[in-house]
Design a protein around this ligand. Sequence first.
Ligand SMILES: NC(=O)c1ccc[n+]([C@@H]2O[C@H](COP(=O)([O-])OP(=O)(O)OC[C@H]3O[C@@H](n4cnc5c(N)ncnc54)[C@H](O)[C@@H]3O)[C@@H](O)[C@H]2O)c1
Length: 446
Amino acid sequence: MTTSPIFGALSEKIANRTARAGIIGLGYVGLPLAMAIARSGFPVTGFDVDPKKIVAIEARRSYIDAVTSADMQTEIDAGRFAATSEFASLADCDVIVICVPTPLTKHRDPDLSFVEATSRSIAQHLREGQLIALESTTYPGTTDDVVKVILEKTGMTSGKDFFVGFSPEREDPGNQHYHTATIPKVVAGDGAEALELMKSFYGAAVKTVVPVSSNATAEAVKLTENIFRSVNIALVNELKTVYAAMGIDVWEVIDAAKTKPFGYMPFYPGPGLGGHCIPIDPFYLTWKSREYELPTRFIELAGEINSAMPRYVVGKLAEALDIRAGKALSRSRVLLIGLAYKKNVADIRESPSLRLIEIIEERGGRADYHDTFVPEIPATREYQALKGRQSVALTDEALAGYDAILISTDHDDVDYRRLAESGALIVDTRNVFARLGIIDDNILKA
Ligand SMILES: NC(=O)c1ccc[n+]([C@@H]2O[C@H](COP(=O)([O-])OP(=O)(O)OC[C@H]3O[C@@H](n4cnc5c(N)ncnc54)[C@H](O)[C@@H]3O)[C@@H](O)[C@H]2O)c1
């Protein structure tokens, strides 16, 4: 392929690690990425509109579990990482990666306002020869139809004056086996040169890059991965309710089914979907599909089943209180174990535990929680009434004050044996007691 001079210049800077990388949005995705890029030898500038993050980084203090403060200090001291909210410095960057949020609006439509605002900031400082990569999860077409369009309003053209690409993020919070550099990374670009640049830039920081033919394809890859999870989780949640009615334990079924060496992959039921990705991302495709007058029935159905889970679990809890203890939920105190959406992390975004507390209290009960990862419930958009509530310590005295314990997240730092020995009625949505070999009449699964 004959190459353009701007392509040659940027390729060389990437090859010899003199290209300056700018990472916009220093959250769960952006901060670990900034570290991985810095570690591979590139000078990195992080940009964020949140001044608290800039202050923390300047104090060499990480606020994301996947990045240690020591690692951050190493990169800062080596001169490979600094953070700023001064967007004029974008002009100094050769490669700019966008890692800003892509939530849903109140009406469950894509909220691209962060991506658009960031693209406009980049456009203000856009110069010839830059590569702009989007990492935020979004519907197919966003990179080319939104980001590129905003950048081209400058009069410059993608593929001729600058380059545009998409590479989805695959972070798995709390995973001890994989981290940014060892997770294969899908990359795409608008045109052959953009793709080559995406391959060489990301290839420097991660072990394996997986090129695909277009930005829209790469966007679809990410959505496919998350839709796959959402649908399969919904399936086992549905099976849980059906098997429970038949007196069959779904966890025992899954444990036996997964011994099949091919054609089966275990997914586990729970109290509902949580986290920033799985409950939200699939609806980006649903929204885009409307343009083609095509329904996304699997996505909608999975969403329906998964979002019905907290109410199902509270129903089981109320039934257990009634039958086992002769108590009404409306006059009961319940202790939830685990507020985060996933074990051993502090992330409460979209956590079903918050919904569980809300439903229990709507029904007249009172719910407290224990979670050492979340000492206090911070401000959230949806659960303002819960702000400021604090994690209850698991003392004998505290435990004696509850009519039931509801396991919503199975953090490893909880003494489950002690909970079982407290004699309280326990409703376990994670099968943690059975996994630990603790069988007791007081423990029910839901
Ligand atoms: N968290 C995950 O595990 C995960 C995994 C895969 C993909 N993603 C996707 O990655 C993207 C980012 O998610 P996240 O979890 O890192 O979000 P986050 O909320 O942790 O971080 C986003 C950061 O962007 C900053 N920001 C917002 N607007 C900005 C602007 N205009 N300019 C500069 N900074 C701005 C925010 O202050 C925040 O620090 C989303 O699209 C998400 O769907 C997240």
